[in-house]
Design a protein around this ligand. Structure first.
Ligand SMILES: N[C@@H](CCC(=O)N[C@@H](CS)C(=O)NCC(=O)O)C(=O)O
Length: 130
């Protein structure tokens, strides 16, 4: 219990500090942003508010200007959904819905790499829309 309180306190302290560290947001045309918003509908982030790895992931999401739904996995039903879908209650986890399947991606570094690859400066989709 004291360890849990300490971890939560530390998490919120890191959130507080990060509030003062600016995020340089990626610039897009409104057409590109609409396309990105549309693609983001298929993504959901399961997270804990005070988790540093989740904060890192949320900052990457903000930098990329993505409107991704987030679910607080401390509570049900999100916790139960995460366990049933991904197999473990570990955050952050990005649920990626495809046409006929879904992927539950764990590990903040993997999630950030995936988002950078899909929506970053050299993005593969929504690029150079007129
Ligand atoms: N290497 C992982 C670490 C993730 C991690 O340790 N997450 C913690 C929260 S900060 C967690 O989900 N712990 C399980 C629990 O608290 O039930 C990452 O970078 O995503």
């Amino acid at each position: 219990m004291p360890l849990k309180l300490f971890r939560n306190g530390l998490g919120y302290f890191i959130i507080f500090i990060s509030f003062f560290i600016p995020i340089k947001k990626l610039k897009r045309s409104s057409e590109e942003q609409k396309c990105v918003d549309n693609e983001s509908l298929s993504l959901t982030l399961y997270q804990f508010q005070a988790c540093p790895f989740c904060l890192k992931t949320r900052r990457a999401i903000k930098r990329l200007g993505l409107n991704i739904k987030t679910h607080e996995a401390k509570n049900n039903p999100a916790r139960a959904d995460l366990l049933a879908g991904g197999g473990q209650v570990k955050v952050p986890c990005l649920r990626i819905e495809t046409n006929d399947d879904e992927i539950w991606m764990y590990e903040s570094n993997d999630i950030i790499a995936y988002l950078n690859d899909r929506f970053g400066e050299d993005q593969k989709s929504c690029n150079d829309l007129v």
